[in-house]
Design a protein around this ligand. Structure first.
Ligand code: TXA
Ligand code: MG
Length: 348
């Protein structure tokens, strides 16, 4: 299959490309597209066969359900039977945006989307190309992140091409995704809403609108054995080829321990990559250092995280040591992704 690369510099001048991509989706094909979080791999959410081909293209485990993307609030009626007052309040406050709601599903949602669950995850992305594509397709669009299963999520069209060229019909290139981590997945079926996956909308922002929320504690990482509420959370994710050792603790302690580990691995002739804060990057000469910005700026870390993990592969490092950051605001999502990508976590 030849993958078409549509470059959208100016959405008003590129109507025909998005129209063409929309008709590919309407006819059962697969198109990757930019959102404000990461690139998605879209198919007609009401077409079980088309949705199945997403799983094949990504090599995605068959029990990990997909998020359905809509362009208007009215479109939700096609996939969900019941929208509570809380749901509407959340949509008003955060849509379009990086917030996914888990809602009761209608019969028209094929089992391929929900993997047999009786709920469906829905979001309205905040990106003009994504919204226009969904409109042009004329159907809700099921879309996971457009990476090979297990790899870091794509934040540019080039990442999508690196992973999926020849496996999908096309990619709409709208430039880099600016947020860089995926949406927050929120379950509002209980009295106290539960964040199943931390993401672009923070717990603090949610609490301002709907009061207390809880974090789903059942599954801190892929080492856990219990059956998760959000099936995707049980898999090792977002991982470059080299193993990642994540170090959590106070900034000074992290630097000391990182230096120790660097020594140890260099003695074994290993090429070491370090993902560090801007402040401590100078501490690690002789290694491949990529920094994620200031330790207290999680938005900057989120924006560069996945691209940095992919760069370590290109640099050919054998092992990556990653400095943890405080878990406040977006830092929660950044640390969640690092923990899921890590082969081991050191808590100092
Ligand atoms: O920002 C995002 O959310 C991106 C862009 C493309 O929209 N999409 C994305 O999709 O991250 P994916 O497939 O990589 O992650 C979907 C997550 C998984 O953790 C999955 O288990 C969860 O949403 N999920 C989907 N349907 C669910 C449901 N009915 N109940 C609970 N969790 C669900
Ligand atoms: Mg994903």
């Amino acid at each position: 299959m030849q993958t078409i690369h549509w470059i959208i510099k100016d959405i008003t001048k590129k109507d025909h490309a998005i129209k063409e991509a929309g008709s590919v989706i309407a006819q059962g094909g697969l198109v990757a597209f930019p959102t404000e979080t990461v690139y998605g791999l879209g198919a007609n959410a009401l077409d079980g066969q088309a949705v199945k081909s997403i799983f094949q293209a990504k090599g995605r485990p068959a029990d990990n359900p997909l998020i359905v993307h809509v362009a208007t609030i009215e479109e939700i009626a096609k996939v969900s039977s019941k929208c509570t007052e809380t749901a509407h309040k959340i949509m008003q406050a955060f849509w379009p945006g990086p917030l996914t709601l888990v809602l009761p599903k209608t019969d028209s949602v094929p089992k391929e989307v929900t993997c047999g669950l009786d709920t469906v995850a829905v979001r309205m992305p905040n990106h003009p190309v994504a919204l226009k594509l969904i409109m042009e397709a004329g159907v809700p669009v099921a879309a996971p992140s457009a990476n090979l299963s297990g790899s870091p999520s794509p934040t540019t069209a080039q990442h999508v091409i690196d992973d999926l060229e020849g496996r999908i019909n096309g990619v709409l290139d709208g430039g880099p995704a600016n947020l860089g981590v995926e949406s927050t997945v929120l379950d509002i079926s209980n009295e106290i809403p539960i964040i199943l996956r931390p993401g672009g909308v923070t717990a603090e922002q949610l609490e301002e609108v709907i009061g207390p929320v809880r974090h789903y504690k059942g599954l801190e990482n892929h080492h856990s054995q219990i059956s998760p509420r959000s099936p995707g959370m049980k898999y090792k994710h977002y991982s470059p080829k080299a193993g990642i050792i994540l170090i959590e603790g106070q900034a000074e302690d992290i630097v000391l321990h990182t230096k120790e580990l660097i020594n140890r691995y260099q003695k074994e002739n290993k090429k070491v990559g370090v993902l560090s804060s801007e402040e401590s990057a100078h501490n690690y000469p002789g290694t491949e250092v990529l920094h994620y910005g200031k330790r207290n700026n999680p938005a900057s870390a989120a924006a560069v995280l996945y691209a940095a993990l992919r760069s370590f592969d290109l640099l050919g490092v054998d092992i990556i040591i990653a400095e943890g950051m405080p878990e406040t605001g977006l830092g929660k999502a950044v640390m969640d992704r690092l923990k899921r990508a890590a082969s081991s976590v050191v808590r100092l």
